[in-house]
Write a protein that binds this ligand. Structure first.
Ligand SMILES: Cc1ncc(CN)c(N)n1
Length: 229
């Protein structure tokens, strides 16, 4: 749960996105991970799709380096880029290895229409928008997964020791992941400070859109949606 103050833009984002995030948190895919009952074929579909999603998502952090105005911000973007490639994607590689799937096979995954729509939305903003817009787009991915990591480890603490997805929950509830999410939240507040309502509304639109794409991503994996042709 985020600590609320009256002044931060992210307080407003957090409050207004709750109807969407609640649907994410109650989604049968997310709850199935928490309980440890999610069917393996659905998880494998997710692992593959998420791996190629993260390749594009990681590129957004390099756009963050490019658009940053100071060395400290550049360094933090470089750190979260590194953590995505070498911590988060390593989690996927380790799970895949358990299922007999190689890194090459993961990387060769053909992204589904929902996956392409989500990453293209963010990459389009990365090409054409401000740094604040880029952060507004990529923030739900970091922040809501952190919320999910915290939620599931709290909700299902009694069963995590004998659990096929415990490592997944542990990763998104970890200090490394939390640090990245907290830094992006602070950066969003800094970048939004003093902006007129017209610009804040654009940032909020991006935040809401990518939160909705998060929901579509859970749906896509739960129903193993792919190209029909
Ligand atoms: C679709 C999606 N959204 C968010 C995350 C967390 N980085 C992720 N791995 N995949």
């Amino acid at each position: 749960m985020k600590v609320m103050t009256t002044t931060n833009f992210t307080d407003r984002l957090y409050a207004n996105v709750q109807p969407i995030w609640e649907k994410n948190h109650n989604h049968p895919f997310v709850q199935g991970i928490g309980k440890g009952t999610l069917e393996r074929d659905k998880f494998v579909h997710y692992l593959k799709q998420d791996y190629v999603y993260l390749i594009d998502y990681a590129k957004l952090f390099s756009v963050g380096v490019l658009k940053a105005q100071d060395l400290e911000t550049m360094g933090r973007f470089a750190q979260v880029l590194h953590d995505t490639l070498h911590v988060e994607m390593e989690l996927h590689r380790q799970f895949a290895a358990e299922f007999g799937i190689s890194s090459e096979e993961l990387e060769a995954t053909r992204p589904t229409p929902v996956n392409i729509a989500y990453t293209n939305y963010m990459l389009n903003v990365a090409q054409n928008g401000s740094l604040a817009e880029v952060v507004a787009c990529l923030l739900p991915c970091a922040w809501d997964y952190w919320e999910i990591g915290k939620l599931l480890s709290r909700q299902y603490s009694d069963r995590l020791s004998l659990h096929p997805y415990a490592k997944w929950i542990e990763t998104y509830n970890s200090d490394t992941f939390a640090d990245g999410a907290k830094w992006l939240i602070e950066l969003m507040d800094e970048l939004a400070a003093g902006k007129p309502e017209r610009e804040l509304a654009v940032l909020e639109k991006h935040f809401q859109m990518t939160s909705k794409y998060e929901y579509l991503f859970w749906e896509m994996n739960y129903y193993k949606q792919d190209w029909p042709i």
